[in-house]
Design a protein around this ligand. Structure first.
Ligand SMILES: [Zn+2]
Ligand SMILES: [Zn+2]
Ligand SMILES: [Zn+2]
Length: 398
């Protein structure tokens, strides 16, 4: 398969990729102490759009140009496999919009929990989702309203460090007992006081952690759970009360349509996009990041191959972990019927969910024609006729 690297990266494609770092890292990857799920994910990313996954040969229905593409891995952690899912997701959410103000709220875990997040990511991230939702629900209930929320988990900070936080899109009101919509505020300010939200959020989270600890101690695990560990747990629990927790509310959105576009930017984001990688040499990886402690100025960070991949792997979510969740009147049980009624009451025509769009790639040669697949192949490589044809023909002009 060597010598068949005829596909040059398109000018719009990033020059460097996470996969390139994995390639230079080679077998040193095994020394990083990653679990088998992380290794499997990284292996998928490494093979994405290479001959290892096979591919297809397409013809343009306009200019007749024949081109070859390798299959993508479709892994949700892959920097190359995000945009398609994102578009579909945005389209589906657009059918669920209400003509009401929306808010963006971010719930962040303090960094004293980072170690626990690495060891028990599922537990901790589940608690994050639950605590955020229970917090909003509590405030809504005080006003007699059922709330709704869409939440997306991000686990990273700008420099690939661990920084678990939840982006939540919250409609600025709720449904009362009679099923009628009520706006919570009319002055455009955030729904609830952020300081109060932070306090309730922390209390909910700590309560869950405490409960989990008592379960651990009761489940005949006393022997396994050494005194030392119990002490550490207790120390951790106490440190959670030392610093204030941060709940951040951004300004409301202009229109409800912009909400979904905006949220789409967060839903299918991963720890680092390939476009941020500026260089890879035989020892290090250089990438751009924004330093939010200094007003978000752009800086560059240099890490060893090992450290870069170790950090990247911290953001590989547990198998089947749901990272986008819908709550309250935006949850799937509600959505089917009641949300449509609500939309009608608010004077908008409910839209039907569209069937998934067939992805129709455009020809890179003439830019207008659609590509039609004329042959597929597996990891053994493209068919003989294609190889002969591509050898006898000059490569098509760019
Ligand atoms: Zn991929
Ligand atoms: Zn984020
Ligand atoms: Zn064409």
């Amino acid at each position: 398969m060597r010598g068949f690297k005829t596909i040059k990266k398109q000018p719009t494609q990033p020059q460097y990729e996470v996969a390139d770092v994995l390639n230079v890292l080679g077998s040193r990857l095994e020394d990083l102490g990653l679990n088998s799920w992380q290794l499997r994910t990284l292996s998928a990313l490494k093979k994405c759009r290479t001959s290892a996954l096979g591919g297809h040969i397409d013809a343009c229905d306009e200019c007749g140009n024949i081109s070859i593409s390798y299959n993508s891995c479709r892994n949700r952690h892959c920097p190359k496999c995000q945009s398609k899912n994102r578009e579909q997701w945005i389209e589906n959410r657009e059918t669920e919009l209400l003509p009401v103000p929306y808010f963006h709220v971010v719930f962040t875990l303090p960094d004293v929990l980072n170690k626990t997040a690495l060891h028990e990511p599922k537990m901790l991230y589940d608690f994050l989702f639950e605590s955020a939702w229970e917090t909003l629900q509590t405030f809504g209930k005080n006003r007699g309203l059922k709330m709704g929320m869409i939440a997306v988990l991000h686990t990273w900070g700008q420099n690939l460090s661990l920084h678990p936080h939840l982006h939540c899109i919250v409609p600025g009101g709720g449904v009362d007992e009679s099923g009628t919509w009520k706006n919570l505020r009319s002055d455009g300010k955030f729904l609830f006081p952020v300081k109060a939200l932070s306090k309730v959020f922390r209390a909910k989270f700590c309560e869950k952690l405490k409960h989990q600890l008592s379960l651990k101690l009761n489940e005949n695990q006393r022997e396994k759970f050494t005194e030392n560990e119990a002490g550490n747990y207790e120390k951790l629990r106490q440190s959670l009360w030392e610093k204030p927790w941060v709940v951040y509310a951004k300004k409301p959105f202009g229109s409800s349509k912009s909400v979904v576009e905006y949220l789409g930017r967060y839903t299918h984001k991963i720890a680092i996009s390939n476009g941020r990688i500026r260089g890879i040499d035989d020892k290090t990886v250089t990438f751009d990041y924004k330093d939010y402690r200094q007003k978000g100025i752009k800086k560059q960070m240099v890490l060893s191959h090992e450290e870069f991949i170790r950090r990247f792997a911290m953001h590989i979510l547990p198998k089947r972990f749901v990272k986008i969740r819908h709550y309250g009147f935006l949850s799937s049980t509600w959505k089917r019927i009641k949300l449509k009624n609500l939309q009608q009451k608010l004077g908008i025509q409910p839209k039907e969910k569209l069937p998934p769009k067939v992805f129709q790639p455009k020809c890179s040669c003439c830019k207008v024609g659609n590509l039609v697949t004329i042959a597929t192949f597996d990891l053994r490589g493209p068919p003989q006729w294609f190889l002969e044809m591509s050898q006898s023909q000059p490569t098509p002009k760019k």
